[in-house]
Write a protein that binds this ligand. Structure first.
Ligand SMILES: C[S@@+](CC[C@H](N)C(=O)[O-])C[C@H]1O[C@@H](n2cnc3c(N)ncnc32)[C@H](O)[C@@H]1O
Length: 232
């Protein structure tokens, strides 16, 4: 399956520094829903506003343009990436969205009838896929907060690497000003242990707050991951 090179992502036009983030022009109902869910559960929701169109474009830029890919979105929230993924697939393949917040998942279903919206935690992905007869997935688009990478019995990155096809791609957004904090460094280390290549895009200034995207490719086989992670 052919995907655009990451260099194309790094030089995407949305890297230009704009005057204002474009979330401000987003749908008011969805923004209000997001704020409500943030107030209910700030740690899991992790953001006061949905991602911008510029960040969305960066997150979905690596999706396969041909064939019938299986694309999984993690933490879709109010569905900004969901709609963009559907647009890229245009009826091809299969699209799943895994959202732990029941109210947010319920809000997505009527607006995205072609998407399999699953109310579940991201760490359950292998089971969710097996239940649906899906072996490997071609792309994972993750809007998950970094806390999810550490809050289960197993780190999340190797779980994602396990279900991703060898030529698949994972995108995960993060924030540049937190890049050197211990949790962000641990998240990057986790991703680098699970994937042969983890590239970081330029900052997307047209997002509130400005964000960057980790683009992970070539999931390492389990034995290589264990060797890199050291003795348990
Ligand atoms: C920062 S928001 C991102 C929402 C949306 N993708 C966006 O960019 O606007 C994080 C989302 O991840 C969801 N989430 C948090 N923990 C999760 C988990 N363990 N599994 C699946 N979704 C989770 C939250 O409910 C929330 O919808």
């Amino acid at each position: 399956m052919t995907t655009p090179p990451v260099s194309a992502l790094a030089h995407h036009p949305s890297t230009a520094r704009p005057s204002a983030p474009d979330q401000a022009t987003g749908c008011g109902g969805e923004r209000a829903r997001f704020v409500r869910e943030f107030l209910r559960d700030p740690v899991r929701t992790a953001s006061l506003v949905p991602s911008s169109a510029a960040l969305t474009a960066r997150m979905v830029a690596g999706l396969p343009e041909h064939g019938d890919p299986v694309v999984v979105e993690l933490g879709p929230g109010t569905g900004v990436f969901t709609g963009a993924i559907s647009g890229r697939l245009a009826g091809r393949g299969r699209q799943l969205a895994v959202e732990v917040n029941e109210r947010l998942a319920d809000g997505l279903r009527p607006r995205h009838p072609d998407v399999e919206v699953l109310t579940a935690g991201a760490a359950e992905l292998p089971t969710l896929l097996a239940e649906r007869g899906i072996g490997r997935v071609d792309a994972i688009v993750s809007g998950l907060p970094w806390t999810v990478y550490f809050d289960g019995p197993r780190p999340l990155a190797p779980i994602l690497a396990e279900v991703l096809a060898p030529d698949g791609v994972l995108t995960q957004f993060s924030y540049p000003w937190t890049a050197w904090t211990p949790p962000a460094r641990r998240q990057r280390a986790q991703l680098r242990a699970a994937f042969e290549e983890v590239l970081v895009t330029r900052t997307v200034w047209r997002n509130l707050p400005p964000a960057l995207v980790y683009v992970a490719r070539r999931p390492r086989p389990t034995t290589a991951r264990q060797r890199l992670a050291g003795p348990s």
